[in-house]
Ligand binder design. Structure first.
Ligand code: HEM
Length: 309
């Protein structure tokens, strides 16, 4: 490739990396604000608020468009980053000649590809543990609410229709957990069905089965998240205290994210050609962002594992 063509394609790649990277920073802020609700504890109300938020985030059409943009940005950012790294490795002298700013000599800028790859590994495990459960797990639990019934504590499925509307909430669509036997009453997605058998008089009294939708509940993403960081299980059936391992892994991943953002944030503006009186302020904001956002993310698993009762 001619030198100018090489530079052109390299610049285009950097441009797209910058745009997708900044979009992902916006995603991070939104995701962080949503997840900070987890610091509200594990009361029924706190769980309900988080689960309502999760339902909104997975069903609102506008949010869905933003989600797809996020997935595309992650893919594009990662692939572009890998291609750019390969390209730079192949043409070392050119790549070095371009790196003349002071920041490029720091740890973050020298290790952007490694840091990015670690974030990708984190994301893959993160999506399997939360996102895939929310979207595809047929055994995802629905949120329950406890109530006294004739002196006994009974769990009822929280209906998406009535919410926590006092005692009325137990009327109509609320059904006790004990009724969910997997045979006559069962759950698919977030819907509770009743499997009914009846004789069809119009069809020679043939025995027929009918699936009746009797309630919809909130998928209990709050419980999934809390159970994940509090898990007492053994990782790979070997390493004890799984929850602690996950917590350490998340804190480490947030450290990696912080280093990636430390260089990435300001570098994005450089790639977009922003170089004016705001540049020092952008650099400062980028540094604050790269410390604060990962730090607040890291607080969540630490709080759940060590503090939440
Ligand atoms: C302690 C930190 C975090 C917690 C507790 C957390 C929790 C969650 C949960 C519960 C979901 C599933 C929600 C859903 O699918 O609607 C989710 C999805 C996701 N998370 Fe996180 N997350 C954390 C940090 C991060 C970080 C740092 C990143 C990026 C580097 C990230 C990227 C994502 C992505 C891309 C999705 C899919 C979002 C979508 O479907 O729109 N998460 N996270």
């Amino acid at each position: 490739m001619a030198k100018s063509a090489f530079l052109k394609s390299s610049i285009a790649k950097k441009y797209w990396m910058a745009l997708t990277g900044l979009f992902l920073c916006l995603f991070l802020v939104g995701h962080l604000l949503g997840n900070l609700q987890l610091l509200a504890g594990r009361s029924t109300e706190a769980a309900l608020q988080f689960n309502k938020y999760a339902l909104f985030m997975t069903s609102n059409p506008a949010v869905k468009v933003l989600s797809y943009l996020t997935y595309l940005s992650i893919l594009f950012h990662a692939i572009d980053g890998i291609l750019l790294t390969i390209q730079n490795k192949k043409a070392r002298p050119v790549a070095y000649a371009k790196k003349d700013d002071a920041a490029s000599s720091n740890f973050s800028s020298r290790n952007m590809a490694v840091l990015g790859t670690l974030i990708l590994v984190f994301l893959a495990t993160h999506m399997v543990n939360f996102w895939a459960k929310m979207h595809f797990d047929k055994k995802m639990p629905l949120q329950m609410i406890s109530a006294e019934n004739m002196g006994q504590k009974v769990n009822f499925i929280v209906s998406t229709n009535n919410g926590l509307a006092g005692n009325d909430a137990f009327l109509g669509k609320f059904i006790p957990e004990s009724a969910i036997d997997g045979k006559y009453y069962f759950i698919e997605g977030n819907v509770v069905y009743l499997q009914r058998e009846f004789k069809d008089v119009n069809d020679g009294n043939k025995l027929k089965k009918e699936k009746i939708k009797i309630a919809e509940g909130y998928k209990d993403l709050h419980k999934i998240t809390v159970d994940f960081f509090k898990s007492k299980g053994k990782l790979f059936s070997v390493i004890p205290n799984e929850g602690l391992v996950f917590t350490i892994f998340y804190v480490f991943a947030m450290l990696v994210l912080g280093f990636h953002l430390w260089h990435g944030f300001q570098s994005a503006f450089q790639s977009l050609g922003v170089n004016n009186k705001f540049t020092p302020a952008i650099k400062l904001f980028g540094k604050a962002f790269s410390v604060l956002v990962p730090l607040l993310f890291a607080v969540i698993p630490v709080y759940i594992h060590f503090i939440l009762k």
